[in-house]
Design a binder for this molecule. Sequence first.
Ligand SMILES: [Zn+2]
Length: 381
Amino acid sequence: MQTNELSNELLRRLADFRPDGARVLSLFLNLDPSQFGTARARATEINSLVDQADRCVREAAGLDHGQEVALREDVERARRFLNGTDFEGAHGLALYLCGPADLFEPIKLPRPIETRVCLNDSPFVEPLAELATRGSWCILLVNRQVTRMLRGSRERLDELPPITDEVHGQHDQGGWSQARYQRSVDKEVHDHLKRSADIVFRRFKRSPFERALVGGPEEIISDFEQKLHPYVRERIAGRVKGDVENTTAEDVRRAAAPAIDEIDRVREREALDRLEEGVGSGGRAVVGIEDTIEALNERRVGTLLVVDGLTAPGVFCRSCGWVGVQDLKRCPADGGPLERRDDVVESAIELAILQSAEVLVSRHYRDELERRGGVGAVLRF
Ligand SMILES: [Zn+2]
């Protein structure tokens, strides 16, 4: 299908897209293979999405005639596209349309997404932001009324929409006793931290991260950490310094980089030690592309280590996900046809993620891993 892959660059372009006067339709289609694995289930979901879009346009308030006509054409175009497209292993699809501004952007998503429609004066990118920035790091900055959440890596952090609550100042206000006023402020702060913790957990469930850093006034942070879901709390790896509100994402990234570096370096060292130990004792670890991919196909990988930028040509089975570097025509697992790929390392990483393996891209001890063929895996069994 003629679709783009989700990338931060595409996301930025969409986020900056502001058509002059026209409205933008943002459509999201769930293609979760466990629910929509059959053509019939997908067709039903597509019909429901197009019906929602149609209703959304008919019921929208304040459209002028030109906007309405353009939107009806967009809905028709979406209907034709969705019904005529082979979704090839995508787990979700986003489709942005704005005929008058020449926007038609289908994007294949690596994870399921809730089927929904949004009509606005710009593309609705938040559901994608959570998917695109699935880097392993999350930075949480929190104070009495604002919680910021950034996702990504040491090199790049993307900010999700902030969680803001109106909390009154701590100064005295006429008519209220100071004590009573203070209690009400404390309640507001408590509510803000609780709401923030809930939203962070919701975003985490949609797109998990591996490690988190937290920053803000100390007494607020400790209160906030208590309110976080244990799954999120156990991922907190350290603190980040800096102003909660008056900083850009780039300021935050710079402040977080040294902490991320150190935590990553230690993790990578430990994983490499386990790898060497496993290879040495025979059987608990493998190195090199061929043996690593074999272990991935057998779903035995606990930790995958790979150097950044490694590529290898090979074959891939669309029906079961089997990956190989041999020159085969048929999948050894299910006999299905194999497709040639210039690079199967990405497919191998996907396979690792699907078996809940830890994936480490080696940066600090790159040379050491390169001597082992650039890739290796610590095995579960
Ligand atoms: Zn197969």
